[in-house]
Design a protein around this ligand. Structure first.
Ligand code: ATP
Ligand code: ZN
Length: 303
């Protein structure tokens, strides 16, 4: 079915075609109720039920597409975004954009790593080294802030092999679990940047229709992200222990109290907890007198 909104009034969102951010980006849209088919051959897909088109590209192209106004929105790692913004700034190219939302996926850190056997006692030990990285701008900024000199060796991939090849003495690369570093007998010594995926927006003005669609998209994104941690708790509480039990419910205000048929010494307590509910919390609730404790996931939320 062709989209009914004219192209000029449809938001265009760039997301990573295939990689670590792709599934989570598409999931976010799905959880916002926006239907987009997974990319096959097509570069651009129209949502059937929301005035939004999705452009599938390499993540490195996303900042540029948004900063140049080719796309209204993008989902990209803050590492790639900041690297690109710094590079455009140093080249004198426009680098305006806005971060609309910090997203709860794509978490990683950019870290300097050294061969395991190399002693390290602080950043001063990095002075004068050759550092291989895919993120020369962020790396340069770190060294400038520390007032240290280092030689940056740019590599577009497989940075972790640079020390073994004698290309550099250290690397600056993304780390999530550290297993790639371990496999290459490297150890992270300094984290220079912490990153998550960001929903960004072009600085150019939007038509009224696009602005309205964006407002809905952001509200739904907030709802999805709020719900991700939140839980719905139901339990039975002796009236005498009610105050103690309420205090144990993490991040919840004003729970709903309902009478229990056939037992007027107890009430049913229903509450939305804004924070994760751990086994320890449930055990404390039980100790305080609660019974029949149920913890349910929440799919969506609108406050
Ligand atoms: P493309 O083909 O789109 O250029 P890529 O190989 O550059 O893909 P991916 O490895 O898919 O990119 O990583 C995309 C982004 O995912 C990273 O820039 C970073 O923001 C985030 N990310 C999350 N966890 C990790 C990780 N463990 N290692 C690397 N990146 C990660
Ligand atoms: Zn990339």
């Amino acid at each position: 079915m062709p989209p009914t909104t004219p192209p000029k009034d449809r938001l265009r969102l760039a997301i990573q075609k295939s990689g670590r951010l792709s599934t989570d980006s598409l999931d976010l849209l799905a959880r916002c109720g926006i239907k987009v088919k997974a990319p096959k051959e097509k570069l651009l897909l129209h949502s059937e039920n929301f005035p939004l088109d999705v452009l599938f590209v390499r993540d490195d192209d996303i900042p540029q597409l948004v900063m140049d106004g080719v796309c209204d929105l993008g989902i990209v790692g803050n590492n790639v975004l900041q690297e690109s913004a710094l590079e455009r700034r140093s080249a004198g190219t426009g680098h305006a954009y806005q971060i609309e939302r910090e997203l709860d996926f794509g978490g990683c850190r950019l870290a300097i790593a050294l061969p395991e056997e190399r002693p390290y006692s602080g950043p001063a030990d990095l002075a004068g080294l050759r550092i291989a990285t895919t993120y020369p701008q962020l790396t340069k900024r770190y060294f400038a802030e520390k007032g240290l000199q280092a030689e940056i060796v740019y590599l577009s991939g497989s940075v972790e092999v640079a020390p073994r090849l004698g290309l550099a003495e250290a690397i600056c690369d993304l780390v999530a679990t550290g297993s790639t570093l371990d496999a290459n007998r490297l150890r992270a010594v300094e984290t220079i940047f912490k990153s998550t995926a960001m929903l960004i927006r072009s600085d150019r003005p939007l038509t009224a229709e696009k602005a309205h669609a964006l407002e809905i998209l952001l509200r739904r994104t907030d709802g999805v992200q709020l719900a991700a941690e939140a839980k719905y708790i139901m339990l039975h509480a002796p009236k005498a222990a009610l105050e103690a039990i309420k205090k144990l419910l993490p991040g919840s205000e004003n729970p709903t109290l309902l009478p229990l048929a056939g037992d007027d010494t107890k009430v049913a307590v229903h509450a939305v907890c804004q924070e994760a509910v751990f086994w320890e919390t449930m055990e404390s609730l039980k100790k305080a007198g609660a019974s029949s404790i149920l913890v349910l996931p929440i799919e969506k939320m609108m406050l």
